[in-house]
Design a protein around this ligand. Structure first.
Ligand code: FAD
Ligand code: NAP
Length: 539
């Protein structure tokens, strides 16, 4: 069969590849597909590109990874010409960057916006995916690639009587496009994860009064955000290839000063000095202070106690400080990075409401009721997170060979080979799927690695006349066993979080991302490809 008979199809409703989502994953996937000569169509539920940075427009939203690293590396021209302004860029700046990428590479003409994919079904006989969208249209494609995001399906807890509330309810992950003005208002924020911790200090400055509903106290490290030093930018750009290479060699895809020492081997004074220097520097580097912070609970507790000490120092009211002290393993739930979060509780217009012991019981017309108390507010902000990693995927009715439903296959938790593909679902690829490093890394680095791997795989198939690819059951099972083993060895899996589905009532509990680190994972993927896609059946 010639290449053109198998690939290169393009009519108004038939494509080589359908990509779902136009965040950073979908945009780069489209770019690569074009470059390789595959006809593609992207469907995007939103009205613009950017994914996370399109939806999460809440006050204070910004990146936690250095901008010079949280950006694409596939085009040197792009990375040379784009000027980041801050160490941790704001949501509007990152969205401008996504828009720039879409325009610069003329990507929009293959993206259909305001269109949600509702179903994807593999037709075994024809060997194509039939993709259904919410406007009732159907297209067919040889490959279906999901780029739907690990944190794109908001979690709206089902509080009793929620419809009774008279004022606006916002979710950080579905923030309106127009500015929300809280001036003169009493506002409730529910949730103190990364989103809440970023939004709370900014809302507090505007609102007449802010009530923060906290169920679990989080550990947060100061961001120490600042304008980028022009000399640092110049140097990074002059050595970008080398910088990116170093980034790819780190476990999490970001440059931090890793200390190989154990926290338990040094003197208390040395330990304090190390933590202090990282606290002053700000950001994720805090957890790289010692090698055993995520493997030894006693080591972990030294870091946890250091942060608790900082909270006690910062928050003037001892009762409020006590309520803000996180008690679990630091770094098990995703570490938060903040600007003035703890100090915000010194403001006279901010009240911490501890809903751990007295949960939110219901909403009323005027506000929120916890055990025995009603908080009257004008607006409510849900900073309650996401149905992470599998939420967006399982919202789509995905059916594979013989009509098998992904929702059924994953009922006890997601199963995928390398987080890239899953048995019974031929020619379906997932970017940053469950079982890949995804959210445990600088996600753009993970995205680029996945996209490049998928692109090379499709090229290989075209060159070898293969039209179908699917993981072997044994390869998938072995990978899942490995993912679980690595997770079990880490303290991260000892605390329920959105990493393991604990944040969604009734969701299967399994640690979803791969903890083994980016270099090991990327090497494994490359090795599998080099051996003719070991663990996959190609036909
Ligand atoms: P997304 O950006 O989530 O894009 C997925 C797209 O798919 C969305 O536009 C969505 O509308 C679309 N979609 C989903 N389902 C469908 C469907 N059925 N039909 C059509 N379209 C669909 N990562 C970091 O590495 N560093 C950070 O500092 C960082 N900060 C973050 C801050 C916030 C507030 C959040 C929520 C996440 C953050 N992340 C961060 C993770 C972030 O999600 C990734 O960095 C990255 O943006 C993910 O890109 P993506 O393209 O994979 O997914
Ligand atoms: P999250 O970390 O899951 O936090 C959700 C918060 O809502 C938690 O405090 C949770 O409490 C609370 N909550 C949920 N249901 C509740 C209920 N029924 N009653 C009371 N409280 C409830 O979500 P997120 O803050 O949106 O962050 C999700 C992820 O997105 C982050 O971990 C991070 O990866 C990414 N993110 C990154 C950045 C950044 O890098 N700049 C910013 C924002 C988000 P419990 O802990 O008790 O469940």
């Amino acid at each position: 069969m010639s290449e053109t008979e198998v690939f290169g199809e393009k009519s108004s409703d038939t494509f080589d590849v359908v990509i779902v989502g136009a965040g950073f994953a979908g945009l780069y996937m489209l770019y690569r597909m074009r470059e390789l000569g595959f006809s593609s169509r992207v469907f995007e539920a939103g009205s613009g590109v950017g994914g996370t940075w399109y939806w999460n427009r809440y006050p204070g939203a910004r990146c936690d990874v250095n901008s010079m690293e949280y950006s694409y590396q596939f085009s040197d021209d792009l990375q040379q010409e784009w000027e980041w302004t801050e160490r941790f860029p704001t949501q509007p700046e990152i969205l401008r960057y996504a828009d720039h990428v879409a325009d610069r590479f003329d990507l929009r003409r293959d993206i259909q916006f305001n269109t949600r994919v509702t179903a994807a079904s593999f037709n075994d006989e024809a060997g194509v995916w039939i993709i259904t969208t919410d406007d009732g249209a159907e297209v067919s494609s040889k490959f279906c690639i999901t780029a739907m995001g690990c944190l794109s399906e908001p979690n709206f807890p089902k509080f009793r009587n929620i419809d009774a509330f008279d004022g606006p309810i916002y979710h950080t992950g579905r923030w309106p496009h127009e500015e929300v003005d809280f001036t003169g208002q009493r506002v409730a924020v529910i949730g103190t994860g990364s989103s809440g911790i970023q939004a709370i200090p900014v809302i507090a400055e505007q609102a007449e009064h802010l009530y923060v509903f906290q169920r679990t106290a989080s550990y947060s490290i100061p961001a120490r955000n600042a304008p980028l030093d022009p000399e640092f930018v110049r140097e990074t750009k002059a050595n970008y290839a080398e910088v990116r290479k170093r980034v790819r060699q780190t476990v999490q895809g970001m440059l931090t000063r890793f200390n190989p020492a154990s926290a338990l081997e040094v003197t208390p004074e040395e330990r304090q000095r190390e933590y202090e220097s990282r606290w002053v520097l700000g950001g994720f580097g805090f957890m790289a202070a010692f090698a055993d912070l995520l493997s030894d609970e006693r080591a972990n507790d030294t870091a946890a106690e250091f942060v608790r000490g900082k909270i006690r120092e910062t928050v003037k009211d001892p009762d409020v400080a006590e309520a803000l002290l996180p008690r679990n393993i630091i770094g098990a739930k995703r570490l938060c990075i903040d600007t003035d979060y703890y100090a915000t509780f010194n403001r006279p217009n901010v009240t911490l409401v501890d809903v751990n012991d007295s949960p939110i019981e219901r909403m009323t017309r005027d506000g929120i009721v916890t055990k025995g108390e009603e908080y009257r507010v004008d607006s409510i902000v849900f900073a309650t997170g996401f149905d992470a990693i599998t939420g967006a995927l399982l919202k789509v009715d995905i059916r594979g060979r013989g009509g098998v439903k992904l929702r059924d296959k994953w009922i006890k938790g997601p199963r995928a080979y390398l987080g890239l593909a899953t048995t019974d679902f031929p020619n379906l690829f997932m970017i940053t799927g469950p079982g890949s490093p995804s959210v445990l890394s600088n996600v753009i680095v993970s995205i680029e690695q996945h996209v490049d791997w998928i692109g090379e795989c499709l090229q290989y198939m075209r060159n070898h006349g293969a039209t179908r690819i699917e993981p072997r059951q044994t390869a998938e099972d072995d990978w899942i066993t490995h993912v679980n083993e690595v997770a079990d060895a880490s303290l991260r899996s000892k605390v329920g979080s959105w990493y393991d589905g604990a944040n969604i009532p009734g969701k299967a509990r399994i640690f979803m991302p791969y903890i083994g680190g980016l270099p090991e994972y990327a090497e494994k993927c490359a090795d599998i490809a080099a051996h003719g896609y070991e663990g996959f059946v190609l036909s």
